[in-house]
Design a protein around this ligand. Structure first.
Ligand SMILES: Cc1cc2nc3c(=O)[nH]c(=O)nc-3n(C[C@H](O)[C@H](O)[C@H](O)COP(=O)(O)OP(=O)(O)OC[C@H]3O[C@@H](n4cnc5c(N)ncnc54)[C@H](O)[C@@H]3O)c2cc1C
Length: 528
């Protein structure tokens, strides 16, 4: 029998959402156990470059931030969630400043930059292009100063434990392969995104959508899975990871050029290089398709930008490019889109409540509907802070953990070599359920996922659990993308290129054993 421990609250993930929630719960005097799959720094948060969007200069600024968020979401933003985000954002960022986050300043004033689809400069950044790492550092330092918080690295949550239909804890796997169980009054999923579903992604290897898969298998509602944001400008060099070239580069004036050297965005959108991400990503994909089906290069060009020193403003990016013989000041930089941010996830209300009793979710794993069909740049760090804090507040109302033995919400899969299957899955999803979709491609993706699942090996390990989760996520993305017979935001169907507001200005919701349904967002119905 695995060891059973008890805590007041268990949090899965040490990104911005998990850390902010832990601090909130500990401030209330509760014991909080925070677990993470790898070292403390390994999260999407740690790699966030461009910044955090926040309206710090009063009501008009807040109203404009709301408008920009709603406009970017292409008709599908949950206005209540967006209002909460922009109104509470300044408070949460002021907290960060008090806790020592070292945002960049000029003459003592916070520096503000702009990114795509923002109507004014409102993006705070730190150490140039290391905003997420700096926020993570200060949150972690604050969390470490609170004795109620226990941080446990290299510990993978493999499934939720249930009691009478409510979530009662989790099952954990440590790096030596030992299993244990933790009972808790409530569990917060803050496990981040799922970029690893795709072969081309800006996300680190830990982003395998575990929280969504676990919640789905436990019976929770999952929403808007067809909306995956593809970042337009990841570095495109053979055998080099898809390193992100922040939108802030275009915010500072960088152009996009095709293989003929032409600046092409004027053919796609009046905001040119600062058009919404989905528009820019599709434009780059189209410009990169040669007449004979060959792939043509597309470039980011910053050579003309002299108002800033790009090496000082973007030190991390400049260093990475330098390691590959490229310099923003001298060279055209080859780029291509890559899977970046999942708008969908575990459906929650604005307090992080999911449709399962005692299960909460916040950050990229959650779907409040705040981003609609397309996230506004730099709104996700803010989302983690605001909704992490709100989830913590709501969780404190949960009473004692059930004392009875809990049962696993799903059977564990078996083990063998899994890297090839993971890579096959990622390729299939990229080619058939990526930026440009149609019924035929999606059906082929569904078949390929099934074929890969049928080859699942026997045994038990973290790589296998992750593969299983990626398969679950792939199925959910394909099913939701098939059901949404229109194009909206980040979801583009070649066979349904128009938006269908009459029938589909709604969120997709799917749960175990049920078909995809389209619903207006109100509070999720909690099942007990
Ligand atoms: C390269 C890059 C640049 C970005 N730039 C920006 C930006 O400039 N501005 C912005 O707003 N957003 C940006 N984003 C998006 C933003 O970083 C993320 O959406 C946000 O940080 C997510 O925070 P989170 O707390 O929800 O999850 P994460 O920060 O991803 O944290 C998730 C945590 O959960 C852990 N975990 C996952 N599964 C398990 C499991 N089964 N068991 C235990 N632990 C688990 C992970 O190890 C990790 O610690 C960027 C993302 C990337 C990848």
């Amino acid at each position: 029998m695995p060891e059973v421990q008890e805590t007041d609250f268990l949090i899965v993930g040490v990104g911005i959402a998990g850390l902010r929630a832990a601090i909130g719960l500990a401030a209330d005097g509760a014991r909080v156990l925070v677990v993470t799959k790898e070292a403390l720094g390994e999260s999407n948060t740690n790699y966030a470059q461009g910044g955090i969007a926040v309206a710090m200069s009063g009501e008009e600024d807040v109203a404009l931030h709301l408008d920009d968020t709603v406009n970017a979401g292409d008709g599908l933003v949950n206005r209540e969630a967006a209002r909460v985000l922009v109104e509470e954002g300044p408070l949460r960022v002021e907290e960060l400043l008090r806790w020592g986050t070292d945002f960049d300043r000029e003459g003592g004033q916070l520096m503000l930059t702009r990114e795509g689809a923002h109507s004014r400069n409102r993006i705070l950044h730190a150490h140039g292009d290391a905003t997420g790492a700096e926020i993570g550092r200060s949150l972690l330092r604050h969390a470490r100063s609170m004795q109620e918080i226990t941080l446990r690295e290299w510990t993978t949550t493999i499934c939720l434990m249930m009691h009478n239909g409510a979530v009662a804890g989790v099952k954990l796997l440590d790096k030596d392969g030992e299993l244990s169980q933790v009972r808790a009054r409530a569990v917060l999923l803050a496990s981040g995104g799922a970029g690893q579903v795709y072969s081309d992604t800006t996300n680190p290897a830990v982003a395998t959508g575990d929280g969504i898969a676990m919640a789905y298998h436990a019976g929770a509602e999952i929403a808007d899975m067809e909306f995956y944001q593809f970042h337009p400008t990841a570095l495109s060099l053979p055998n080099v990871p898809r390193f992100l070239l922040s939108e802030a580069l275009r915010g500072e004036g960088a152009y996009l050029r095709n293989a003929s050297g032409e600046r092409f965005m004027e053919r796609y959108h009046p905001l040119l290089e600062l058009a919404p991400r989905d528009v820019v990503a599709r434009a780059i994909t189209r410009e990169g398709m040669g007449a004979a089906g060959e792939t043509l290069p597309v470039y980011l060009d910053m050579r003309h930008v002299t108002k800033i020193d790009s090496a000082t403003r973007f030190p991390g990016i400049s260093k990475f490019l330098g390691e590959h013989g490229l310099d923003l000041r001298q060279h055209l930089i080859p780029v291509r889109p890559a899977a970046h941010y999942l708008m969908g996830g575990v459906r929650t209300d604005v307090d992080g409540r999911t449709s399962l009793s005692r299960l909460y979710a916040a950050g990229e794993v959650a779907c409040t509907g705040v981003h609609g069909a397309n996230r506004l740049a730099s709104n996700s760090l803010l989302e983690g802070l605001v909704f992490g804090a709100r989830a913590a507040e709501a969780m404190t109302s949960e009473t004692a953990a059930p004392s009875r033995t809990v049962s696993p919400s799903r059977e564990m899969p078996p083990l063998r070599e899994v890297a090839d299957l993971r890579s096959r899955l990622q390729q299939a999803m990229w080619q058939k359920a990526g930026l440009l979709r149609d019924a035929e491609g999606l059906a082929a993706a569904r078949e390929e996922v099934r074929a890969i699942e049928s080859e699942n090996p026997v045994g038990f390990s973290r790589p296998l659990v992750e593969l299983w989760n990626l398969q679950t996520l792939s199925r959910l993305i394909v099913r939701s993308a098939m059901a949404r017979k229109e194009s909206r935001g980040a979801h583009f169907r070649n066979d349904f290129p128009q938006r269908n507001d009459t029938q589909l200005q709604k969120h997709s919701v799917v749960s175990k054993g049920n078909e995809v349904a389209f619903v207006e967002f109100s509070q999720p119905q909690v099942m007990v």
